[in-house]
Design a protein around this ligand. Sequence first.
Ligand code: NAD
Length: 331
Amino acid sequence: MKVLVTGGAGFIGSNFIRYILDKHKDWEVINLDKLGYGSNLDNLKGVDEDRYTFVKGDMTDFELISKLVKEVDAIINMAAETHVDRSISNPYSFIESNIIGVYTILEAIRKYNPEINFVHVSTDEVYGDIEKGSFTENDRLMPSSPYSASKAGGDMLVLGWARTYNLDAKITRCTNNYGPYQFPEKLIPKTIIRALNNLKVPIYGRGENVRDWLYVLDHCSGIELVLEKGERREIYNIASNQEKMNIEVVKMILKIMGKSEDLIEFVEDRPGHDVRYSLDASKIRELGWRPKFKFEDGLKETVEWYLNNEWWWKPLINEKVLHPTPWKLKW
Ligand code: NAD
């Protein structure tokens, strides 16, 4: 099988490419990425070059996408603008990648390879927040930020194109990922790096926002299963059902690192900050998926990975990346 992964130089995309090349020795991967600020080809150092090709380009480039779509059996669309804070001060790039980019892929599929196996990777954030209980795939979408609104827009395009043009498209929506190669602006790597340098660790509001945490390799196995066994036009939630308040996550990291909780500093909350995300993942569990990682274990491994791989994150660090309230910055 030959697979096109878009956004493969990002966090989840690069973990996914490593995962599938390792597991399926007869698969080939083309990675299309525009190499935005959070991408890093170092994430893919050491992969089997005989079965892996990198193409630098934008997924809004119809000609390029059309050419690639003709060459492969499957597409996993992971490319997106992903940082909620940046979407607050600079929303347009989110519309470009997360809506026009998805439209471009769908049009190329429809015209040049309508039988292709297409998995579109989305997020729990499209449902908005929920006080009690968990969202199923049939729940309404109620995004709270420009990021989640743009992802919801992309999901709607996939559903509309799939039904009208009878495409073999599926959507996955997963909860917060963590693990190696995550850009240091996100909560877990940022906390590790700041704590390592004895800098204050900022937490929005009172840190009571709840997220479900999924180890990135568990997300990869979920996407792989949907690629192989998912039904046409279906949506699959992926969640580990290990919910934690942000403050709990930060305290766990400080404990693993032997650092004092005095490093914690509460800062002004992000506007529109969702209180709790929660997904019901029964549908993908019925397909046979199970997360392997307990949060405590995955977090320990992640902390160790950042401590042992300073070469990877050090060049990515600047004041903006580690800023306590990045949504206030002009990007
Ligand atoms: P990331 O920001 O690390 O990687 C995204 C990659 O997409 C980057 O390498 C970027 O250069 C590329 N990209 C963006 N726009 C592009 C374009 N127009 N053309 C080509 N490449 C482009 O993000 P991630 O955390 O790896 O997320 C991957 C996917 O998973 C996204 O679709 C995101 O919405 C989804 N997701 C992420 C999480 C999470 O916790 N990280 C949770 C749920 C869903």
